[in-house]
Design a protein around this ligand. Structure first.
Ligand code: ZN
Length: 570
């Protein structure tokens, strides 16, 4: 490809709208272009990378026994109503009306359609297992698109769905996919962490995410410094600090004028924060819920939502709290009526807590569970945090930001039951098919590679997914000798089967080298009057500082060898 003819220009300025490194670099390199909020076009260079990622994913899915198919983007809303996921997706679901005023969904995922298809094409245990996948565009109306390709509203995704007769089969499919995903990241040269994840609203069992540790990541990974425990912060559990035993003391009302936060209260009364009770009010599907937790801990809303099995959960506004007859800032679990109380298990293990007095400027000391109050549900609803104890060993938990670049999920029978995807087992009984789903967003994976592989000059593509393998860069092409050697070598490199981006522009060496670094093509080959004095061309890996000279005569063969060795290095 001659660079002078390439559609798309590099830009030197850092685009002001770009909020992550990958977003900046992909825009500056002319690989993507934003068309609307969270909606991007891929320019030719970016599209070549995406196609290479797609091919790697396709090969690994096929190797694992997957069968590729295609499903429609336009989906009847009735399928979504059958599973109730029109509600759990809520506003994230793009819908439209056709000319007959029928509602259609722009598919955010394809479990409904595929399970519907499977219900027609699978009858017996002999038809199972099946691993079916598609690579196509999906839509989600994200409230806050960000990070360029990291969080978008239209995206290309590979989804594989597994259909098995029993749990053992599901386990086998799940392990197969985890291995296939490891192969994919390995081929993209991305080091990933497999972390436990929240299994979502539809009540699946196991769920894991593949995380790339990255400063710009919007997920939080909690991991142990001693063992291999790692989980998304939404899901992570920790060993809560033990409170030394004390004798329960009698209740005592104390005046606490103006003390509304835990910090203020603890320092005013001179008690540690773990001897206070924090009250947080939520509205779960329209109902006010009182969540209690030890003052030194935070409520994990994902855990709370899962526990309450509600589709909507948000912090209650002050008006909603006082409407329920509660003094905001001084709420007490004692004497509460008609409000569901959810207590973190830390509350039941501590002793002599300070709690709200349920009237302004008042708290109660020495509140004890269950002597002084009851809870409707006691469970772990705490957010695990850096410095907490590991739930599995004596290690300490660390927190790190990460980008989720893959998600595997044991769905179970929720969807197959809702959509009537059953099979006849060996005994002649009809049973629901057991499902799993496994997703990778291609654009996000591409962006994650850039987040991981770049320097202050630009992108550093791994060879396996680089838009071109060789950046061929003749300098001073007005020199007849350079021009002649360049044209011959360009032809030679191409006939050696190499993917070459030929910088045939009339630009200065500085501009050409800057663009070479920005675009991140793995190997740069330079011809100039100076290299030709030594009858040579210069070769340099993007990720290395040193360059080397190679004789012109066998330059194409040597470059090919280098690319081959670069491939085998990874
Ligand atoms: Zn551990």
């Amino acid at each position: 490809m001659r660079l002078s003819q390439l559609f798309g220009k590099t830009q030197r300025e850092i685009p002001s709208e770009a909020d992550t490194t990958s977003h900046q670099l992909l825009l500056r390199a002319g690989m993507i272009m934003q068309i609307a909020a969270g909606v991007y076009s891929y320019m030719p260079l970016g599209w070549r990378v995406l196609k290479k990622i797609e091919n790697i994913i396709r090969e690994e899915m096929d190797n694992a026994g997957g069968q590729e198919l295609a499903m429609p983007v336009l989906q009847p809303v009735e399928l979504w109503q059958q599973t109730g996921r029109d509600k759990s997706f809520g506003k994230g679901l793009f819908t439209l009306l056709d000319r007959r005023e029928r509602t259609l969904v722009l598919g955010p995922t394809h479990e409904e359609v595929l399970t519907h298809m499977v219900s027609h094409h699978v009858q017996s245990y002999r038809d199972l297992p099946k691993l079916l996948y598609q690579i196509q565009t999906k839509f989600r109306d994200e409230p806050r698109p960000r990070g360029g390709l990291i969080r978008v509203r239209e995206f290309i995704m590979k989804d594989l769905y597994s259909f098995d007769v029993d749990e053992d089969g599901l386990d086998a499919s799940y392990q197969k996919m985890i291995q296939a995903y490891r192969n994919i990241y390995d081929r993209c040269e991305l080091p990933v962490l497999l972390v436990e994840a929240d299994s979502g609203a539809i009540g699946g069992k196991d769920s894991h995410e593949f995380m790339l540790v990255a400063g710009s990541g919007e997920d939080e990974v909690i991991r142990c410094d001693k063992c291999d425990y790692a989980a998304n912060a939404d899901k992570a559990v920790s060993a809560k600090r033990q409170i030394a035993p004390e004798k329960p003391l009698p209740l005592e009302e104390v005046a606490t004028p103006g003390m509304k936060t835990i910090e203020e209260l603890a320092s005013f009364l001179n008690v540690p924060e773990d001897h206070t009770l924090k009250a947080v009010f939520y509205v779960a599907d329209g109902q006010v819920v009182f969540a209690m937790i030890r003052g030194d801990l935070e409520v994990n809303e994902v855990k709370l939502q899962r526990l309450l099995k509600c589709t909507d959960l948000h912090m209650a506004a002050e008006a909603e709290v006082s409407e329920a007859g509660i003094a905001a800032g001084y709420a007490s679990p004692m004497g509460l009526k008609n409000i569901k109380i959810v207590a973190d298990d830390s509350v039941t293990e501590g002793i002599n807590f300070v709690a709200g007095g349920n009237k302004p400027d008042t708290h109660i000391k020495n509140v004890n569970y269950p002597r002084d109050f009851k809870a409707d549900i006691v469970a772990d609803i705490a957010r695990a945090a850096e410095g907490d104890g590991c739930p599995r060993c004596a290690g300490t938990l660390k927190s790190t930001p990460g980008i989720e670049i893959g998600h595997v999920f044991k769905l179970g029978i929720f969807l197959s039951t809702a959509l009537g995807a059953n099979f006849i087992d060996e005994k002649g009984d009809s049973r629901p098919i057991i499902m799993g789903c496994y997703g990778i967003g291609l654009g996000r994976l591409l962006a994650a590679v850039v987040e991981h592989y770049h320097d202050d000059k630009g992108i550093i593509w791994p060879l396996s997914i680089a838009p071109y393998q060789v950046y061929f860069c003749p300098l001073y092409r007005e020199d007849a000798n350079v021009s002649e050697v360049a044209e011959k070598l360009y032809a030679g490199l191409q006939s050696a089967g190499l993917e070459v981006l030929f910088d045939d522009r009339e630009e200065s060496p500085g501009v050409k080298f800057n663009d070479a670094d920005l675009l991140g093509i793995p190997l740069r080959v330079t011809v100039s009057p100076r290299t030709l004095e030594k009858n040579s061309v210069e070769v340099k890996w993007r990720r290395e500082k040193e360059a080397a000279l190679v004789p012109v005569a066998d330059a194409a063969a040597r470059v090919k060898e280098l690319i081959q060795s670069g491939k085998s290095r990874k």
